[in-house]
Design a protein around this ligand. Structure first.
Ligand code: OOB
Length: 526
């Protein structure tokens, strides 16, 4: 089993340290520091739970002892599948303090995805809660498939033992990639690089100990985790309020009750909030900054944030692999509405290239490539993906098509074949592979279709198999996907049966071209 690594060339690493980006802080060390400075400040609120920084640290230490008492050793990986509840924090900070590496699963992930994470990361345990869903039962199914996942852990605690020294230059955790081809890749992030990204994000967003961040999106996502998210807020000594779901009905009362000052949403949720705000009885005036990202926020919608929600909009264009762009609170209204911001760091290197690799001038669309002090140089244990996704000199090919103007980026689209469904990235190839496992399906191609509510929805074009057992219905195809043990957001929104992929199939064109042709045909007819 390959241990996760992430390294930058020595001259880059030296520069990033010299410039003060990498400060030798660790995730566990940050919590210790805040607990020492302001032990009685409230760190986390969840329903009736209010944990101070000192209280959170004590719980995280108990969790760390618990992990180590199971025989887990520094460097081991542990999957974390916990929804937006307070227990998320002692679970992950406990892992950090014990030198263990969280592998962040999302709450909707099911046995197929979890088994992949377990195998790929070599995780020896999974930590879950019994909140909302029987995650322990799900974990037992995964364990039956991947026996190296030895420990299913709930409420870890144990007798005090010495905790290890943690190296800030080493990998702190594995994040899950959106995945444009097939299964999700694992993204190793170091303490140094990740802490820089959320410390700088907290500064850009003006976070202070008085800031109150509402965790509306699932915190295992990179955006609510670190842009500036829950970690940026805790770094600043502020308070995190956990929302069990992001609907206005749940979120608005929490904003009013706790004086929430900042939150982050994907565009479809921002639209819902803007629709609900004029009629809500709840006081939303504490809200100062609304970050919107994960998918393109259209200018017409962006222009309405201030009048409907009474707060400043911040566009956030980021990726779990690293690079995050923000519009800044002081930017002109035009920049905030029309662009997805500019990079966090002066040392984020940005290339906008045509398909031949030649730089395009400002104002022209091109492929976005980047490298910098918090963008990975490689995925975990995946030479083929690394060869595709990184240039020999270490630039990450984001797959996004952007226009750059005066340093600000506007996202135009993407080169790859994933579907951005309300901010969840879905690989067309992964869904097609599942559909092909159906005995009555001869072939399938999955494409994204623009959608008023989701931004994009998934549409599966299916060629039924001739002969055996007749043609399945759309309902049956969707039901079949549900038996595959995958996250519900991967079930196609729409299924269209076609007798063949017309001349495209005969011409043996690439899957990519086939998907593009089907998508174009569909859009023509609507
Ligand atoms: C965030 O991270 P991921 O890893 O789930 O997805 C990254 C991809 C980007 O490459 C881009 O295709 C898309 O999501 N994206 C946007 C966007 N923000 C992300 N496309 C258009 N406009 C935006 N504002 O989604 C993520 C990570 C950190 C912060 C924010 C988002």
């Amino acid at each position: 089993m390959t241990d996760p690594i992430q390294t930058w060339p020595e001259d880059f690493a030296a520069r990033y340290r010299e410039k003060g980006y990498w400060r030798g802080e660790t995730m566990g060390g940050i919590l210790r520091a805040r607990a020492a400075e302001s032990p009685d400040a409230v760190a986390v609120v969840d329903g009736d739970i209010r944990w101070t920084y000192a209280g959170l640290l004590a719980r995280a230490e108990a969790a760390a002892y618990g992990y180590l008492s199971l025989g887990l050793a520094p460097g081991d990986r542990v999957i974390v599948q916990i929804p937006n509840v307070a227990a998320f924090f002692p679970a992950v900070f406990g892992l950090f303090l014990a030198g263990l590496l969280p592998v962040y699963a999302l709450p909707p992930h099911r046995e197929t995805e979890l088994a992949h994470f377990a195998r790929k990361s070599g995780a020896k345990g999974i930590v879950v809660t019994d909140a909302v869903f029987d995650y322990a039962a799900l974990a037992r199914k995964v364990q039956a498939e991947v026996p190296t996942l030895r420990h299913i852990i709930q409420d870890p605690t144990g007798p005090a033992v010495p905790l290890p020294q943690v190296d800030p230059a080493k990998v702190a955790f594995l994040q899950i990639s959106g995945g444009s081809t097939g299964l999700s890749k694992l993204i190793p992030r170091t303490h140094d690089d990740y802490i820089y990204s959320f410390r700088a994000s907290a500064e850009i967003c003006g976070l202070t100990p008085d800031s109150v961040y509402l965790a509306a999106l699932p915190v295992a996502h990179n955006f609510p985790m670190s842009s500036p998210g829950v970690f940026g807020t805790l770094y600043a000594g502020g308070t995190v309020v956990m929302a069990p779901d992001p609907s206005p009905g749940t979120a608005f009362p929490l904003i009013a009750a706790h004086g929430v000052t900042i939150t982050g949403l994907v565009p479809p949720l921002a639209l819902l909030w803007m629709q609900a705000a004029p009629r809500t009885p709840h006081e939303l005036s504490s809200l100062q900054l609304l970050g919107v990202g994960g998918a393109k926020f259209l200018p017409e919608a962006a222009a309405r944030v201030r009048e409907t929600l009474g707060c400043q909009l911040q566009q956030v264009f980021g990726m779990a692999e690293g690079l995050v762009n923000y519009t800044r609170p002081g930017d002109t209204e035009d920049t905030i509405i029309q662009t997805q911001g500019r990079p966090i760091s002066p040392d984020d290197e940005i290339l906008v290239l045509d398909d031949d690799g030649t730089p395009v001038p400002d104002g022209q669309p091109g492929n976005l490539l980047t490298r910098g002090p918090y963008t990975i140089r490689a995925y975990h244990d995946d030479p083929a993906a690394n060869a595709r996704s990184f240039t020999p000199d270490g630039f990450y090919r984001t797959g996004d098509i952007v226009i750059r103007r005066s340093g600000y980026l506007t996202v135009q689209g993407r080169a790859g074949d994933h579907i951005n469904r309300a901010g969840e990235k879905i690989s067309a190839e992964e869904i097609e592979d599942h559909l092909l496992a159906h005995p009555q399906i001869f072939d399938a191609a999955v494409v994204s279709i623009p959608d008023k509510h989701l931004g994009e929805r998934t549409c599966a074009f299916v060629i039924p198999a001739t002969g055996s057992g007749g043609t399945p219905t759309a309902t049956e195809v969707r039901a079949f996907m549900r038996t595959r043990g995958v996250a519900d957001f991967k079930v196609p929104d729409q299924v269209v049966f076609v007798p063949e992929f017309e001349n495209t199939a005969a011409l043996k064109i690439s899957r990519k071209a086939l998907r593009a042709a089907l998508r174009a045909k569909m859009l023509e007819n609507t």
